[in-house]
Design a protein around this ligand. Structure first.
Ligand code: TTP
Ligand code: MG
Ligand code: MG
Length: 356
């Protein structure tokens, strides 16, 4: 038996929308949606809790969102601004806990086992974190504390906004029992529908079915469903930083593009950004690929592998431009274009005489 852990999951509340409210305070209380405009086939990035009451949610098309909530205020996404705020939040978290794993722009796990040490400290430290984040950014977050990542995440997501709760060792099964199955992270829409069809609506339905019965019905997946239903999760908090495995840049055009020179311009920009990131991480690539999606959502990918790893911008640019030339059929309307640098290494030892 492994020692009991103290894991925090911290997630900012309505992150992009709350940040926009800081510079548009007069919009407080209004249904606010952040995302691309309906005319340009935009999707909802997020929305305020007021807009959520009308059934608006992340990843919904803006057209649908405005049908559900016609009086909503829509603002475009300002990624650079949100990224800066995110950095500030994460640096506060790291001040409290060096064992911090950032998992998205607004969310992190903290392994507080050695710091909170005794469970009595867990809640007061979490209060202090919430206070520090609020003081520095004027934003609220929700914190779930549990003995593993899975339960901590479910706790924070079910105590939003501005929530804080600790589920102690041994309380996991009871805490999870009454919750609907859709709070379990990593169970997609299709699986949820299938589970519901089989009569599993709440987590307690999975708990009561037991592992054998779930494995009989769902095969291997049944094992995972059961482990999650009883709140078992041994994944460590992966707080060390890792070099990227691949670097991608993608553009979805607001209107389909059939002008080759515009595609060339787009890919040139993407290559510059991708190579800048490659250099920033002091890495080299051995494989490049492009992705092209046409107006009927048909997608092709083409790739090229180099004999040796390279960080030479001209070489990478030439390879990707050639792939674009080879793959594009004249007159085709393109919806999405993207490039990826893969098979990366941070080894500098290879004798690649043409590299800088
Ligand atoms: P979330 O933490 O999932 O959502 P949220 O912070 O807006 O709201 P909640 O209070 O429920 O946590 O995502 C963080 C940000 O990431 C969100 O503000 C916008 C962005 N995002 C997208 O751009 N697209 C998406 O599909 C999702 C889920 C999030
Ligand atoms: Mg959030
Ligand atoms: Mg989040």
């Amino acid at each position: 038996m492994t020692a009991e852990r103290i894991i925090y999951h911290i997630d900012m509340d309505a992150f992009f929308a709350s940040i926009e409210l800081l510079r548009h305070p007069y919009l407080k209380g209004a249904p606010l949606i952040i995302g691309g405009s309906a005319q340009e086939r935009g999707v909802v990035s997020t929305c305020s809790y007021e807009a959520r009451e009308f059934g608006v949610h992340s990843a919904m098309s803006m057209g649908e969102a405005l049908k559900r909530c016609p009086h909503a205020v829509v603002l475009p996404v300002d990624h650079t601004y949100y990224r800066d705020v995110s950095r500030e939040v994460m640096s506060i978290l790291r001040n409290y806990c060096p064992y911090t794993q950032v998992v998205s722009i607004d969310e992190a796990y903290l392994d507080m086992t050695d710091i909170a040490k005794y469970n009595e400290l867990a809640l007061p430290i979490a209060q202090a974190i919430k206070h520090s984040v609020l003081k520095a950014t004027s934003l609220t977050c929700s914190i779930g504390i549990a003995t593993n990542k899975l339960v901590a995440k479910i706790v924070s997501s079910t105590h939003k906004p501005n929530g804080l709760r600790q589920v102690m060792q041994g309380e996991e099964v009871t805490f999870l029992a009454s919750l609907p199955i859709n709070v379990i992270p990593g169970i997609g829409q299709k699986t949820q529908e299938r589970l519901k069809k089989e009569g599993y609506n709440h987590i307690q339905d999975l708990q009561q079915a037991g592992m054998d019965s779930l494995v009989n019905t769902f095969g291997q997946h049944g094992y995972n469903y059961y482990q999650r239903a009883i709140g078992r999760d041994f994944r460590p908090v992966d707080w060390r930083s890792h070099p990227p495995k691949s670097i991608s840049k993608e553009t979805t055009f607001s209107r389909d593009v059939d002008d080759f020179s515009q595609l060339e311009e787009t890919i040139d920009e993407q290559i510059s950004k991708a190579v800048a990131k490659l250099h920033k991480h002091r890495m080299r690539t051995r494989g490049v690929s492009i992705k092209i999606r046409d107006s009927s959502f048909f997608t092709i990918s083409r790739s090229k592998t180099f004999a040796l790893h390279t960080n030479n911008e001209h070489r990478i640019r030439h390879a990707l431009q050639t792939l674009l030339h080879e793959s594009y059929r004249d007159g085709k309307a393109i919806r999405l274009l993207g490039v990826t640098l893969e098979l990366l290494t941070n080894g500098y030892w290879q004798p690649t005489f043409w590299d800088d």
